[in-house]
Each structure stands twice: as C-alpha cells, then as structure tokens.
Write a protein that binds this ligand. Structure first.
Ligand code: FPP
Length: 255
C-alpha cells in the first residue's frame, strides 16, 4: 500500500484521515450532489443564499482535498435544469457565484494544476455566468491535474434525449450503423464525453435520491449518502467517504 505521508507528513490534524487511505485505490472520478445549503442556512437563521455562499467556499476546500489524494475528476452539481423553478432571487444569486468564485480562486487553482470544465447547456445561462466559467476554462485548459467539472444547467434525461437525437441524425446520414451502437459509442453523445464515469457519488443532506444526475454514467458507481449539509461536509468527511468507497467491493454484476 502506497502511503500519503509524502503529502501529509507535515500537514495539520484534520488530514490524518487521509493518511489511512489506500493510495492505490483512489476513485478516479468523484461526483457530488451538493445538497442542503438552504437547510444549513435556515438552521442558523440565515437566508438560504448564505448557504449557497458557504457551499461555494466549500467547493474550493473539497477540490483541494480531492487533488491532494490523487482524484482525477471532481464533478460538482451546481445547478440543475430543474433549479430554474426556484425563486428568481435565488436563481440570480446562484448565477452570480461563478463571478465571485473564479476570480478569487483562479490563481490557487492554477498553482495546483487544476483544469476547470463545465457539463451542461450554455443556453439559458446569463452571459456573465458563462463568461466567468469560460474564462476559467480558458485559463486552465493547459493544466494537466485534477479536472474540476461544474455540472451547470445540467439534467440527465435531457442529456440522454439530446444524445439520442444527435445519434439518430448521424444514423440517418449513414455516419453510424445500428449495429455499431454500443455503450462506448452512446457515451460519446453525452455531455460528459470524454470524462470517465464516476466511481463514487456523494450526496449530502440526508436525501436518498439521484435527482436526474448522470443516470447513465452512475450505472456502476458506489453511492455515499451523508446527513451532513454541504457547507458542513469538510475535508475529513470527504476522506471518510473515500475510505468507505475503499471498503466496498465493486463487482460490476460479476462475483
Ligand atoms: C442544493 O442545496 C444546492 C444548490 C442547488 C446549489 C449548489 C451550488 C453551490 C454549492 C455553489 C457552486 C459554486 C459555483 C462556483 C458555481 P439546496 O439549496 O437545494 O438545499 P436545501 O435542500 O436545503 O434547500
């Protein structure tokens, strides 16, 4: 078993949990449904948006934690195609977060070789949101470390239907034959292409649902649910989730 001591040998107490992890069995892709921001805020007598703000700050912490143990892709579900149903003020607030997050964090993300990506539909997002994300994507596109992938204006059923429409069009144009359609080919028509499927899905706040998130890609992922709300899910909790993943036996339908 490789050790993380080289990274954490002189690091603070909170990272002790990482030392117990098996460095040879780190999930390549961790996806997170960052739920419970609103409830976290309400419990503290704060407006819901204060929870989103704390949640945003936590994205940075968990990104650094994931990077430090060698996770390759970290997908964060930041806004779903269904979230447009929320009150306008809350949607507006969420849409402005990238403008605060990226300028503040980009230098450190670059210093840590992090690449920013987005999975979702640009259509419908305000120009200022897209610009903030696109600038971060452009500034980090040559980085080769952790991919921090924001699922933004993303919904899985829409993604699959859109993929099927494009595939059908390619079949009509004789670019693809019916017997060529297999899992690998269909995956290429999804927004997540070319990212690997998540090995581990973490959902915070005690909700036991997938909520239209990567339904195809999560087929064989390990699922980890915690009652903690997203803003209180800190580095040791993240390492605990990875530890739990390492205790699971992945069988992919075999024995
Ligand atoms: C779900 O919690 C959370 C969201 C809909 C938003 C998540 C977004 C962030 C954490 C910020 C992302 C950062 C950037 C830079 C884009 P909820 O509010 O639905 O929780 P509730 O169920 O308690 O109401």
């Amino acid at each position: 078993m490789m050790s993380f001591r080289k990274w954490f040998g002189s690091k603070p107490e909170g990272e002790q949990a990482a030392l117990k992890l098996d460095a040879d069995n780190i999930p390549n892709h961790v996806a997170v449904i960052m739920d419970g921001n609103g409830r976290w805020a309400q419990k503290r007598g704060l407006p819901r948006v204060a929870g989103h703000h704390s949640g945003m700050k936590n994205v940075k912490k968990i990104t650094m934690a994931a990077n430090s143990i060698g996770v390759k892709v970290l997908t964060m579900y930041a806004f779903s195609t269904e979230n447009w149903k929320r009150p306008k003020e809350e949607v507006d607030y969420l849409m402005k977060l990238p403008m605060e997050f990226f300028p503040k964090e980009i230098d450190e993300l670059i210093a840590n070789n992090v690449q920013i990506r987005m999975t979702g539909w640009p259509e419908g997002l305000p120009n200022y949101t897209l610009k903030a994300v696109q600038d971060a994507i452009d500034q980090t596109k040559h980085n080769t470390g952790l991919i921090l992938n924001f699922a933004l204006n993303y919904g899985s059923r829409k993604e699959m239907l859109n993929g099927i429409q494009r595939l059908a069009q390619d079949m009509k144009e004789n670019k693809v034959a019916a017997d060529e359609v297999d899992e690998a080919l269909f995956s290429k028509y999804l927004l997540t292409d070319p990212l690997p499927d998540p090995d581990l899905l973490i959902r915070t706040s005690g909700e036991l649902r997938i909520s239209n998130f990567m339904l195809w890609q999560l087929a064989y992922s390990e699922l980890y649910f915690t009652d903690l709300c997203w803003p209180e899910f800190t580095e040791p909790h993240f390492y605990e989730a990875i530890g739990e993943y390492q205790r699971r036996a992945r069988r992919y339908g075999g024995l």
